[in-house]
Design a protein around this ligand. Structure first.
Ligand code: C2E
Ligand code: CA
Ligand code: CA
Ligand code: CA
Length: 282
């Protein structure tokens, strides 16, 4: 029939075929990139809003592609997640970030005992029994206390709600690494889980800060979110702070920590170290 013909044609759709080939090529190149050290971490400061103290940084991965230049994570993390490469990529990020933190231990700003490194963990990490051992080994190798590392986990990764996830999460908590929910409020969150999970911090999605200043009632809304986070015994981290006004507004309602272009863009190791040398506090 006519319909069957259409379906058959679809299989040979040159656009789809091209996309598949492209995807396959990218996957191959990405696998190679992890081994050939083409990935690079950028670091962005996280600031204590009441004092301006730089309390840590978030490591954000980029792909320094030999032909296409610097590729942002939104362009390859989803592919890595869909193909299982994310596990290997995540281990690379873990080792590299922890090694970097060790190097910064001698720096006047980052030598603070509580300067912490945050990395983005993935849903696959929580599904892997070896992940806890990998984290523990990476920290031991660099002689770092577990609480100098914070794992950021998105709501969708954390609320899979299966036994293995819960087991991994509990083991990480026992190990003593910091656990933080990332992009809070971005998805269909039910706040109920905030009180049940063994997490310490909540990073509020940047969409909430973005609307600050446009609508006067927004600050009251953010204060309510902040109140919920506090009531659960957790600390709030606010991302996407781009202006002094936003930083001040958040500080005025008692928000603990902030991150965003206002305090500093993500920078490669050398530039970030230089920025730290100029600033002890923000
Ligand atoms: P994320 O974890 O929510 O990271 C914050 C993103 O917001 C970063 O984008 C950062 O550059 C950007 N950002 C920081 N401050 C501001 C600001 O003031 N305004 C605006 N508009 N944006 C700001 P980036 O580096 O492109 O990373 C995008 C996403 O890719 C991350 O979102 C995270 O989900 C993922 N990602 C990055 N690195 C890794 C990694 O090592 N592993 C995994 N699994 N995912 C990663
Ligand atoms: Ca993050
Ligand atoms: Ca985030
Ligand atoms: Ca995000």
């Amino acid at each position: 029939s006519k319909n069957e013909g259409r379906n058959k044609l679809k299989v040979f759709d040159p656009a789809t075929l091209h996309a598949q080939l492209l995807q396959r090529q990218i996957v191959g190149e990405l696998r190679e990139a992890i081994r050939a050290d083409q990935l690079v971490l950028y670091y962005q400061p996280i600031v204590e809003l009441s004092t301006g103290r730089i309390e840590g940084c978030e490591a954000l991965v980029r792909w320094n592609h030999p032909v296409h230049g610097l590729i942002m994570p939104d362009q390859f993390i989803p592919i890595a997640e869909a193909t299982g490469l994310i596990a290997e990529l995540g281990r690379w990020v873990l080792r590299t970030a922890v090694r970097q933190l060790r190097r910064w231990r001698d720096h006047p700003v980052t030598a603070q005992q509580d300067f912490s490194m945050r990395i983005n963990a993935s849903a696959a990490d929580l599904q892997s029994l070896e992940f806890v051992d990998a984290v523990s080994a990476a920290l031991a190798e660099e002689h770092l206390a577990p609480d100098s590392l914070v794992l950021e986990l998105t709501e969708s990764a954390i609320i899979q709600n299966n036994e293995l996830d819960r087991y991994t999460l509990a083991s990480l908590h026992r190990l003593g690494v910091g656990l933080e929910i990332d992009d809070f409020g971005a998805g269909y969150s039910s706040m109920g889980y905030l009180r049940k999970l063994p997490v310490d911090r909540v990073k509020v999605d940047r969409q909430f800060v973005k609307d600050l200043g446009k609508d006067p009632s927004q600050l009251g809304f953010l204060a309510a979110i902040q109140h919920v986070i506090h009531s659960c015994g957790l600390e709030g981290v606010w991302e996407g702070i781009e202006t002094a006004e936003q930083a001040e507004a958040l500080r005025s309602i008692g928000c603990a920590s902030g991150q965003g272009y206002y305090f500093g863009r993500p920078l490669p190791e050398a530039e970030f170290t230089e920025q730290l040398s100029r600033l002890r506090t923000w």
